[in-house]
Structures are given as structure tokens and as C-alpha cells.
Design a protein around this ligand. Structure first.
Ligand code: SF4
Length: 432
């Protein structure tokens, strides 16, 4: 059997697309191998979201060529889309594959026969996604239901790499969730580049994200559905109320704030105000007190003064936020922000990032400690860690829990009593 591997960088959407490619290769008779084993074909699925992600993508391509000297190396993903020349000039790269053709790569390498492709290709090309769901290795698979973005935040290269927003029709989403359920999955993470714009392009009635979630909730086929990141203006009261009342939609919101300063938000072309964000977080907390509220924060956007940074710190301090994703601004060629004046020195960005990360750790600790003594349902994601002997799982509200128990509990939802903090980002629990 010919062997393949995929090296994936970046977001949940990239991971979801790599799963689709992998499933299709396996269906075509290819054998997946681990990253340290040589393969006949190696695909690097790149990311362009920051300069660092871009550098890591190029390193990953060079690494793939070094460790697979006889392999065919294909490069795809956002970074390859926006800067194909940078990859083309790396000796050993066989071909750059565009975003549009990405999911079709396996079809170009038939071994025994092509997996049934039929003629019903979906606009997001995921009709067959879950036909091979059993090939997905993750316990909580990502289902890409939306791609592309029309928002053009001034720092972001993604709209140039992925084009305008496109959504998977709700029938297909439901079909794919049912297929994932049939393949044994208990939780599905709905992901997209700009998830909140889901359905806007479908141009018929009741196609918005809230309508889709209502259908999923009513369908009741899968134990858990989790939303990936959703923009502040798109997290509507309807969605929050629905999540509060639903028995399957996870009590977990991940919201990109980016800055706690109105002036900086404006320069970022982010269309909400700090007061809107504040109200939103307080509303979620009031209506769903146990909800995890995660927040993305960008540090050192051009023009971020000490005061602007302090405004972000103060905002986060005062709100019931559960965890932070902190990342420094990096200038991406081709974006408006790369041409802005007043770039912040790297040294300052580093100090501010450290400060914000410590704040994130403190917020997380406070959030976790609120649940010590509680009894919660945990989806066990892994078999026992050989060193600690503990299984690891996630609650609906995104707490990481470690418990002792048999490996057979992997992919089961078990009731756990939370006993004590286990380091800074997990809780030790006991099966109850
Ligand atoms: S919403 Fe903004 S940050 Fe998110 S993908 Fe679109 S342009 Fe980029």
C-alpha cells in the first residue's frame, strides 16, 4: 500500500479539511503514517494567519522534504494560496495546490479505485465527508460548515486566501452530523472561518446560524454540538437563549475580542464597541452561569499605546471570562494594517503578551475553581496517559478533566465529581 501523511498548521478549519483529505486517501487505498515515518506522498496544509504561522509553514515544508526525500511533496492551504512563489522556490516542492482544489487532491492519486465521487459535488465539497468518518482520528471531530470571509479586518490575510463566505446547506450539515453519530462520535465541533456569517449566502429563508442550531437541537441525534469561534455581533440573543435551553449545544462560547479599546477596534475594522462586548459577556453569564467564555486577544496592533493596552486589561479583568488566547500582531504583506504607522516594538509586544497570558491563567483558575465539588458530564477523549494513568476528557463548558478509569471509557460520556485542581489547566475528578 502506498503511504501518505498530512502536516497541518493553523485553525480548526484546516484540521477539518485535512481530515477530509485523509479520509479520502484512505478510502482510495492509501495508508496514513505518523509524522516521523517516511511516506510516498506528503501534503503540507499551511497557515497564513500570522507571520510566525507563515514561517512555521515554510519550515514544515522544508522538514517534510528533508524527512521524506523520496516523497512527492504537495503544498496547499492559506499561506500557499497567498504566497505561492515562496513555496515554489523551495527545492523539492512538487506542486502548489490551490484552496479550491485542496479537497480533490486524493482524487488525483487513485490506487485501487476512486472513492465514489458521483456527480453531486457540494459547493463546500463535503457531501462525502462523513462517508469515511471512521477514518477521523479525533474524538471530537470538526465539521466545517462555512468557509471564507467578507469582513476584511485590516490585519487579516484570510479573506484573500479563502475568498467570500460560503455555507453548507443545513440539510447537508444535518446529514453529516447523523453520519458522524453513526460512526460512533458523541460530539461534533461546528467550525468555519467566519461561523457567524453562516447562511447569509444561501439566500433563502431561515438559513442563519440560529436556524441551523434550532434544527440540530430539534433533531437530537448527537449528544453534543459545540460552536467554534463566533464574532461578537453575530452571537445574537436568540443563539444565547437557544444554547441556554438546549440539551445538546455545549455551554461554551469562543469570542474574538482582539482589543479592549474602541480606537484600536476601529483601526482593525472590527464593527463592534467595547460596551457591546461587555453587555454580551454579561448577558451570557447571566443566562448561562456555567458557560465557558473564551476570548481572543491581539497584542501590539499598530497604534496600541500603553493606555489602549491597559483598557484591554481592565476590560478583561472586570468580566467573567474563562480563558484567553493571546497572540501578538504580526504584519502580513497585502493587508491594510501592514501599511499603518506606529508599529509597536517587538520588545513591548513581548512584555504585553506575557502580562496578558498571566491574566489569562488567573481567569482560567478562577473559572475552574468554581466547579470544584460539582458533578459534571465528561466526554472521555483519550485512553490513559502511560505516565499518570489518567484518562482525559472535556465537559460541555470546556473544562479539561483527568480521571482514573479503564481505557474502554474513551468516547463515553461519564458522570464525574470534580475533586481538585490538577496544575493550572485541568481538574482531577472521580467517576461518580
Ligand atoms: S472576521 Fe476578520 S479576523 Fe476573522 S477571518 Fe474574517 S477578516 Fe479575518
Amino acid at each position: 500500500m502506498p503511504k501518505f501523511k498530512i502536516v497541518t498548521l493553523g485553525c480548526k478549519v484546516n484540521l477539518s479539511e485535512s481530515d477530509v483529505i485523509s479520509s479520502r486517501f484512505e478510502a482510495n487505498g492509501w495508508l496514513p503514517v505518523q509524522s516521523d515515518e517516511p511516506s510516498d506522498l506528503c501534503i503540507v496544509n499551511t497557515c497564513a494567519v500570522t507571520l510566525r504561522a507563515s514561517q512555521q509553514s515554510r519550515q514544515a515544508v522544508r522538514g517534510a522534504i528533508r524527512s521524506n526525500p523520496d516523497a512527492l511533496v504537495l503544498v496547499t492551504g492559506c499561506d500557499a494560496q497567498v504566497e505561492p512563489e515562496a513555496f515554489r522556490e523551495i527545492p523539492g516542492v512538487h506542486e502548489i495546490i490551490s484552496q479550491k482544489e485542496k479537497l480533490d487532491i486524493p482524487g488525483r492519486f487513485p490506487v485501487q479505485h476512486l472513492a465514489e465521487s458521483g456527480d453531486g459535488r457540494h459547493r463546500l465539497d463535503t457531501l462525502h465527508y462523513c462517508s469515511f468518518a471512521s477514518a477521523i482520528k479525533r474524538t471530537r471531530p470538526f465539521l466545517k460548515i462555512q468557509d471564507g470571509c467578507d469582513a476584511f479586518c485590516t490585519y487579516c490575510i484570510v479573506p484573500y486566501a479563502r475568498g467570500p463566505s460560503r455555507s453548507m446547506p443545513s440539510e447537508q450539515v444535518l446529514l453529516n452530523i447523523r453520519r458522524l453519530k453513526d460512526a460512533g462520535f458523541r460530539e461534533v465541533v461546528l467550525s468555519g472561518i467566519h461561523l457567524g456569517s453562516y447562511g447569509l449566502d444561501l439566500r433563502s429563508e431561515n438559513t442563519r446560524l440560529v436556524d441551523l442550531l434550532k434544527r440540530i437541537d430539534a433533531d437530537g441525534v448527537i449528544d453534543r454540538v459545540r460552536l467554534s469561534s463566533i464574532e461578537p455581533l453575530e452571537l445574537s440573543e436568540d443563539i444565547i437563549r437557544l444554547v441556554a435551553a438546549s440539551s445538546c449545544i455545549c455551554h461554551h462560547f469562543h469570542i474574538p475580542l482582539q482589543s479592549g479599546d474602541d480606537g484600536i477596534l476601529k483601526r482593525m475594522n472590527r464593527p463592534y464597541s467595547i460596551s457591546h462586548f461587555k453587555e454580551l459577556v454579561l448577558k451570557i453569564h447571566k443566562w448561562i452561569p456555567d458557560a465557558a467564555i473564551g476570548v481572543d486577544v491581539m497584542i501590539g496592533f499598530p497604534g496600541e499605546t500603553d493606555t489602549a493596552f491597559e483598557n484591554t486589561c481592565k476590560l478583561i479583568e472586570q468580566l467573567p471570562i474563562s480563558y484567553l488566547h493571546v497572540f501578538p500582531f504580526s504584519s502580513r504583506k497585502g493587508t491594510a494594517a501592514s501599511r499603518f504607522p506606529e508599529h509597536v516594538e517587538s520588545r513591548i509586544k513581548k512584555i504585553r503578551c506575557q502580562h496578558m497570558r498571566s491574566l489569562g491563567i488567573r481567569k482560567k483558575k478562577v473559572f475552574y475553581e468554581r466547579f470544584i465539588g460539582a458533578r459534571l458530564l465528561v466526554l472521555i477523549e483519550e485512553t490513559a496517559d502511560p505516565q499518570s494513568g489518567s484518562l482525559r476528557g472535556k465537559t460541555s463548558n470546556y473544562l479539561t478533566i483527568k480521571v482514573k478509569g479503564p481505557d474502554e471509557l474513551k468516547n463515553q460520556i461519564v458522570s464525574v465529581r470534580l475533586v481538585e485542581m490538577n496544575g493550572i489547566d485541568s481538574v482531577r475528578g472521580e467517576i461518580f
